[in-house]
Design a protein around this ligand. Structure first.
Ligand SMILES: Nc1nc2c(ncn2[C@@H]2O[C@H](COP(=O)(O)OP(=O)(O)OP(=O)(O)O)[C@@H](O)[C@H]2O)c(=O)[nH]1
Ligand SMILES: [Mg+2]
Length: 255
C-alpha cells in the first residue's frame, strides 16, 4: 500500500496537471518510484503515464453525447459515476506500490471540494495512503499580494472540507515574473501585511475580514510559508518537496 500521496487541487487551468508531471519527474530524478493517478475524466492529454486513469471507467466526452449534457453537467455526472464505482477506484489505488502517489484532480475544484462524489474520491485516496493536498493558484491572475492572500484562504477552505493538510502554492511563477521558491517565510505575517496595506488604501472591510480570517488560517493551515513554483522551469519544486516532507513528518507517517 502506498504511504504518501499528494493531491493537486485548484481552479480550472491553475496548472495541476503540469505540476503533477513536473513534481513526479523531479521525484523520479531523486530515485523515487512515482505512481501517477488521473482523477479527471475530462482531460484529453496527459503529460505523464498514469498508473490509474479515471478515463478507464468514464470519459466526460462520452457522457455528454450519451446523456445529452453540456460540458459542466457532464463533468459533474462523470465524477458522480466515478464515485459510484468506488470499489474499482479503491482497488486500483490500493495496489499502487510507488513511494509517492501523485493525484491529478478535475479542473472544476468545486466538484472535488464541495460535492459528495469528489469528497468520496478523496476519502478513497485517504484510505489507501497518507495524503497531503497542494492547492494551486495561478500567480498570473492578478496582483501578487492579492493572489497570495486568496491562495492561503482557499487552501484553508480545502483543508477544512477535505480534512487533510493542504499547502497553498502559487503556480506559473515563470509567467508572472516571481522567482520560484519561498515568496513569504511566514504566511501569518504575509496576510497581516496584506490586510494592513488594504487598510491603508481605504478598503477597510476587506482588511478587517482578512484579520478575522487570520485566526482560522493560523489554527488550521499546516505549511508555515508560501511558495511559488514553475512547472516549465522547474524552480520552486525543491521547496515544495521540503514543505510536503515536513507536513508528512508532522503527520507522523514517515518511518
Ligand atoms: N508558463 C507556465 N504555464 C503553465 C505552467 N503550468 C501550467 N501552465 C499552462 O497553463 C495551462 C493549464 O495547465 P494545466 O496543467 O493543464 O492546468 P490544470 O489545472 O490541470 O487544468 P484543468 O485540469 O483543465 O483545470 C496550460 O496551457 C499549461 O501549459 C507553468 O508553470 N508556467
Ligand atoms: Mg488538469
Amino acid at each position: 500500500m502506498p504511504k504518501l500521496s499528494v493531491l493537486f487541487l485548484g481552479p480550472a487551468g491553475s496548472g495541476k496537471t503540469l505540476l503533477t508531471w513536473a513534481f513526479g519527474r523531479w521525484l523520479e530524478n531523486l530515485g523515487f518510484a512515482v505512481d501517477y493517478v488521473n482523477l479527471d475524466p475530462a482531460v484529453e492529454f496527459l503529460p505523464y503515464g498514469p498508473s490509474f486513469d479515471a478515463r478507464s471507467i468514464v470519459r466526460t466526452r462520452e457522457v455528454m453525447v450519451r446523456e445529452g449534457l453540456g460540458p459542466n453537467a457532464a463533468i459533474v455526472r462523470a465524477v458522480d459515476i466515478l464515485a459510484e464505482r468506488y470499489g474499482e477506484v479503491y482497488e486500483a489505488l490500493s495496489k499502487l506500490k510507488g513511494d509517492y502517489v501523485l493525484v491529478d484532480t478535475p479542473g472544476q475544484m468545486e466538484i472535488v471540494v464541495f460535492r459528495p462524489s469528489g469528497l468520496k474520491l478523496v476519502e478513497l485516496v485517504k484510505k489507501a495512503s497518507t495524503p497531503v493536498g497542494v492547492f494551486l493558484l495561478d500567480s498570473t491572475l492578478g496582483r501578487y499580494e492579492a493572489e497570495a492572500a486568496v491562495s492561503v484562504l482557499l487552501a484553508t477552505v480545502a483543508q477544512l472540507r477535505l480534512e487533510i493538510p493542504v499547502v497553498p502554492v502559487l503556480s506559473k511563477a515563470d509567467a508572472s515574473g516571481i522567482s520560484g521558491g519561498i515568496v513569504s517565510s511566514s504566511i501569518h505575517l504575509e496576510v497581516e501585511e496584506i490586510a494592513s496595506n488594504l487598510s491603508k488604501s481605504g478598503t477597510g472591510v476587506l482588511s478587517e475580514m482578512l484579520f478575522e480570517t487570520m485566526n482560522l488560517v493560523r489554527k488550521y493551515l499546516r505549511a508555515g510559508r508560501l511558495i511559488a513554483v514553475s512547472s516549465v522551469r522547474g524552480d520552486g519544486i525543491d521547496e515544495l518537496y521540503k514543505i510536503l516532507h515536513e507536513v508528512f513528518c508532522a503527520c507522523g507517517d514517515l518511518t
